[in-house]
Design a protein around this ligand. Structure first.
Ligand SMILES: Cc1ncc(COP(=O)(O)O)c(C=O)c1O
Length: 364
C-alpha cells in the first residue's frame, strides 16, 4: 500500500508506519487554517448537541440564507453539500459532460468524477515557464469545439496561482456563447489577498453556465463537519441536482454552525491577516534560498521545485517525518514530478521551524 494517498499525507497511515502518534505530527500538508475551528462553531455545536435526534430541514432554508448573507448570492442559487467533494460530484453528474478540459495540475477529484460518469478529459497544462499562471487567451484558443465543460480551481491546488475576475469573465463570455459549462472550485478563495478580486461570485447572476464550489474545511478548519456549498443561477441545473441528490446529506451540525461561522468577523479577519503576513514572509525568505524555485502563491500554501537532482521530494518528506512534520510530496500531481513539494502556512513559530529544517536539508 502506498504511504501517500492521492490527497496527500494521511496522518493515520503515517502514525502506523512511523509509530508517531498523529497528535504529535505538525500537518503542513492539509491546507487547513492553523487557528483551528472557531470557538463560535464549537460553542454552537456543544449548546445544540441535542439536535442530533432531529433531521435537518431538507430544504436547508436557514442555512442557505446564512450563506446568502456571506456571499451576496440569492439563496435560491445556493445548494449545500457534504463538503466541496459532494458538490464536485453532483455538478458533474448533472451535466454528464462528454468532453471536459481541466486546467492542470490540479485537484484529482475532478478527473476521477468525470471518468466515473464516462466523460473524456483533456488536461490543459499550466506552463512552468509562466510560473504556472494561466494565459487566458492561449487557453481559450486551445479549447476544442466539442467541449461541454471546463474545470478550474481558483486559487489552484497545488500551484497556488489564481485568475482574477476580469480574466474569468472573458472565459465565461466565450464559454456562454459556445454552450460550455464552467466549474470553478473556490475552496481556497477566502485565503487570498482581500485587495485583489479572484472570486467569480459577482458573476453568478449573469452567467447561467457558471457553477462555483465553496467549502468550509480549509478556511474554517472544519473538515470533519463535511460542509460545502455550490453557487449557480441556472435553475434547470439546480432542479436536476435536487432531483437525484440524497436528502439530508448535510448534517444538522453544519446547519447549526452556519448560524455563527459566517458572521464570525473576528476569526475571518484574524485568519486573513495571519495568512497574508506568513505568505509574504515565507515567499521573501524562500526567494533567497539556493537550489529551489519558488512559485508566487495567492493561497495558504506554496509549491516549490527542488533544483538539486540529488534531493527528491520523497526524501525530504521522509526526513521531515523524522522531525514530526508532514509536508505534501507533490510528485503524484500530473505534470509535476519528484522535485516538487507543497506545504501550507501554519502558525509563525511552526513555519519558522519548518523552514529551518527544510533549508538545512536543501542547502547542505
Ligand atoms: C481544491 C480542493 N477542492 C476540494 C477539496 C475537498 O474539500 P471538502 O473537504 O470541502 O470536501 C480539497 C481538499 O483538499 C481541495 O484541495
Amino acid at each position: 500500500m502506498s504511504l501517500i494517498n492521492q490527497h496527500g499525507g494521511d496522518l493515520d497511515v503515517i502514525e502506523r508506519r512511523y509509530n508517531i502518534p498523529k497528535d504529535k505530527l505538525i500537518n503542513f500538508s492539509g491546507n487547513v487554517n492553523p487557528l483551528g475551528v472557531p470557538e463560535s462553531i464549537k460553542n454552537a455545536i456543544i449548546e445544540n448537541v441535542d439536535y442530533i435526534c432531529r433531521y435537518p430541514d431538507v430544504n436547508y432554508l436557514s442555512l442557505r440564507k446564512n450563506i446568502s448573507l456571506y456571499t451576496n448570492v440569492n439563496h435560491e442559487h445556493i445548494i449545500p453539500g457534504n463538503g466541496a467533494t459532494e458538490l464536485i460530484s453532483l455538478f458533474i453528474k448533472a451535466i454528464s459532460p462528454k468532453y471536459t478540459v481541466i486546467v492542470s495540475p490540479s485537484y484529482s477529484e475532478y478527473e476521477k468524477e468525470i471518468k466515473l460518469n464516462n466523460g473524456k478529459v483533456k488536461l490543459f497544462p499550466l506552463k512552468e515557464d509562466n510560473n504556472f499562471n494561466l494565459d487566458i487567451n492561449e487557453f481559450i484558443s486551445s479549447i476544442p469545439e466539442n467541449t461541454n465543460m471546463i474545470v478550474l480551481c481558483n486559487p489552484n491546488n497545488p500551484t497556488g496561482t489564481a485568475i482574477n475576475v476580469f480574466q474569468l469573465e472573458i472565459l465565461l463570455k466565450y464559454c456562454f456563447d459556445k454552450n460550455i459549462y464552467v466549474m470553478i472550485d473556490e475552496t481556497y478563495i477566502e485565503f487570498t489577498n482581500i485587495k485583489k478580486t479572484f472570486s467569480a461570485v459577482s458573476l453568478i447572476s449573469s452567467y447561467k453556465n457558471l457553477f462555483i464550489i465553496r467549502g468550509t474545511s480549509k478556511f474554517f478548519a472544519a473538515p470533519g463537519l463535511r460542509f460545502g456549498y455550490g453557487l449557480c443561477s441556472n435553475t434547470e441545473i439546480l432542479n436536476k441536482i435536487n432531483s437525484f441528490k440524497d436528502p439530508w446529506s448535510v448534517n444538522i451540525f453544519a446547519s447549526i454552525a452556519s448560524e455563527v461561522m459566517f458572521k464570525d468577523t473576528e476569526y475571518i479577519t484574524k485568519t486573513r491577516k495571519l495568512i497574508s503576513e506568513e505568505r509574504e514572509k515565507i515567499i521573501t525568505e524562500l526567494k533567497q534560498w539556493k537550489n529551489i524555485k519558488t512559485f508566487e502563491t495567492e493561497a495558504n500554501f506554496i509549491l516549490i521545485k527542488l533544483l538539486n537532482k540529488n534531493i527528491t521530494s520523497d526524501k525530504i518528506f521522509k526526513k521531515l517525518i523524522g522531525k514530526k512534520m508532514v509536508i505534501r510530496d507533490a510528485s503524484n500531481f500530473v505534470f509535476l514530478g519528484n522535485s516538487y513539494l507543497r506545504f501550507c502556512f501554519l502558525l509563525p513559530s511552526q513555519n519558522k521551524m519548518l523552514l529551518q529544517h527544510l533549508k538545512a536539508i536543501i542547502e547542505n
